[in-house]
Design a protein around this ligand. Structure first.
Ligand SMILES: [Zn+2]
Length: 289
């Protein structure tokens, strides 16, 4: 089985607030072991976590090997205060504070840095992304410092301009990448950015009743078109489901993501090899140097 390129072990797949309640102040080892078992039994041997601010992923890093899993974590994600990201990490106001957070993540054993540079997709309105993105200059400075510290950068980014900027400024991977356009896709191809579209976070919302189906479907169709164009342009694509997010259970989320890619491209050896290359690159790049 492929590796899970984007998961949050601290989340439960249905309710963020409940997940926080579950682990705050007392990490629930039994629940986390249950999730790791879901991965193990499916033959998933690699997980790249997206971080949390409760110390859960750091904890999991110590026990994942018991399940035969190579588990990588940024410990917590980093965001600029006043922008999206506090649900999975720590915020900064000044560049100095950001640099201290990078050092803190390293001290706590981070394998790479996770940075939020845009908001979330609003599933009730087509084309809308919450929160203001970081500017190109900010991204450039932040990525550069992480690289100087020997850390790859996993970048949460939505929106064509934001993704293009992030790729051009040296993001190692783009997470989600909703609403990209041809230029953003070409920028990812050119810069050898790994794209982890986490498309099942959209697809699994179809028919769930939480958001208007016609909007969710339209976003999903846009995604399918963009992912197809991504492959056409030679973007390195990797599987990651954002497991733990709403409607994306641990273990099964990756199977759903893989099936979605099969629906988009059909089943073929060539396509499996393409995805294997993406995963190999994830494993190689998201290791602390
Ligand atoms: Zn995530």
């Amino acid at each position: 089985m492929f590796g899970e390129g984007h998961a949050h072990l601290f989340m439960n797949g249905y309710d963020y607030r409940k997940a926080v309640e579950t682990h705050k102040g007392h990490i629930r080892e039994d629940i986390l072991r249950g999730y790791l078992e879901e991965y193990r039994k499916r033959g998933i041997t690699f997980i790249r976590d997206g971080g949390d601010n409760l110390g859960v992923s750091s904890f999991v890093k110590n026990i994942a090997a018991e399940y035969g899993i190579d588990y990588r974590t940024p410990v917590f994600a980093i965001h600029k205060n006043g922008h999206y990201g506090s649900i999975v990490g720590k915020g900064f106001d000044s560049v100095k504070e950001y640099e201290n957070l990078v050092r803190e993540a390293k001290r706590q054993g981070a394998d790479f840095i996770k940075l939020m540079v845009s908001g979330l997709v609003d599933f009730s309105k087509y084309g809308v992304i919450t929160s203001t993105p970081l500017s190109r200059d900010e991204m450039k400075e932040l990525f550069q410092f992480a690289h100087e510290e020997g850390m790859a950068v996993m970048v949460h980014a939505n929106g064509a301009e934001t993704v293009r900027n992030a790729a051009e400024c040296g993001a190692d991977s783009i997470e989600h990448g909703r609403y990209v356009d041809k230029e953003a896709i070409e920028a990812m191809a050119e810069a050898h950015t790994i794209w982890v579209p986490t498309v099942v976070t959209v697809r699994n919302l179809i028919g769930c009743g939480r958001f208007p189906d016609e909007i969710v479907r339209k976003i999903y169709e846009t995604d399918c078109r963009n992912i197809r164009l991504g492959k056409e342009k030679g973007v390195t694509l990797a599987l990651g489901s954002d497991a733990g997010a709403y409607m994306v259970p641990h273990g099964k989320g990756l199977e759903d993501e893989y099936r979605t890619f099969q629906d988009i491209f059909g089943e073929s050896e060539e396509w499996n090899e393409y995805l294997e290359r993406g995963e190999k690159e994830l494993r190689e790049r998201f290791l602390r140097s």
